[in-house]
Write a protein that binds this ligand. Structure first.
Ligand code: DGL
Length: 270
């Protein structure tokens, strides 16, 4: 294989913090042969409460950092950044840029029985109406109930994913959605896959859960296949994790999110 073969290059993934590592985990499960460069903007997290202009500026800087590492494609593993910056990134950079919203929407609508959808996400994601718009465009008449759930990210970052206080908060958030009779709940934040076990327990089988991580990984696989960018080499893939702020807490969270050996976390300067 020639050294300049772009399929050999790593995949770039970024998030406002460590939540996007749920996407990295799903990508590695599906494409264990791919090398990945991950950037978590832990110095500036959260993006969910920032203005659209700031989110776009940060997202461009994050992507520039990954491009500097020679990535062949960029996965925007943050719903907030996808909601506000995806078209700009796709127009600015010369590699495929993949977001987390479209794959979740496609997965949701792949079930023809889906009639009433609930969406949970950060204030920024819900305010952007990106999910609501993408769903309504594809299936007019679909009932969509979106709810900003800003308390969930701090709970998850604290590792309180099975804590009674979290369950109390979740019940408050879920009640109005359940009253509307939702049949599907979209987890519109890359932190939320960590809530799958508790949500499954609380909701049982009557509500289908769609998360951003596994759906985005499946979509990325399709894009890499189409663009002939899948890495076929037999050498060991590399996972490089960069954070813009290094702290013990960030390392502990990285471990929790990735659930695997990941080597050393490095400091990124944007
Ligand atoms: N990972 C972000 C997202 O998916 C949530 C954290 C933040 O607010 O930056 O929207």
């Amino acid at each position: 294989m020639p050294a300049s073969d772009p399929s050999q290059a790593p995949l770039g993934v970024f998030d406002s913090g460590v939540g996007g590592l749920t996407v990295v985990r799903a990508l590695r499960e599906l494409m264990p042969q791919e090398s990945i460069v991950y950037l978590g903007d832990t110095a500036r997290v959260p993006y969910g409460s920032k203005s659209p202009d700031t989110i776009r500026r940060f997202s461009v800087e994050d992507t520039q950092f990954l491009m500097g590492h020679g990535v062949k494609a960029v996965v925007v593993a943050c719903n907030t950044a996808t909601a506000h910056a995806l078209p700009l990134l796709q127009a600015t950079f010369r590699v495929p840029v993949i977001g987390v919203i479209e794959p979740g929407v496609e997965a949701t609508l792949s079930d023809p029985r889906c009639e009433r959808v609930g969406i949970m996400g950060t204030a920024g994601t819900i305010r952007s109406s990106a999910y609501q718009y993408a769903l309504a465009m594809r299936r007019p008449g679909l009932q969509i109930h979106a709810s900003a759930t800003p308390l969930l990210v701090p709970f998850i970052e604290e590792g309180w994913i099975d804590h009674p206080a979290l369950k109390l908060v979740l019940r408050q958030y879920l009640e109005p959605l359940l009253e509307k009779g939702i049949d599907t709940l979209m987890l519109g934040c890359t932190h939320y896959p960590l809530l799958m076990p508790v949500l499954k327990k609380m909701l049982g089988k009557k509500v289908r859960l769609v998360d951003s991580a596994s759906t985005c990984a499946a979509h990325t696989l399709r894009v890499l296949e189409e663009q002939k960018l899948l890495r076929r080499a037999r050498s060991k893939p590399v996972l490089d994790i960069y954070l813009t702020d290094l702290s013990e807490q960030a390392e502990a969270m990285t471990r929790r999110f990735l659930g695997a050996d990941f080597g050393r976390v490095k400091k990124a300067s944007l």
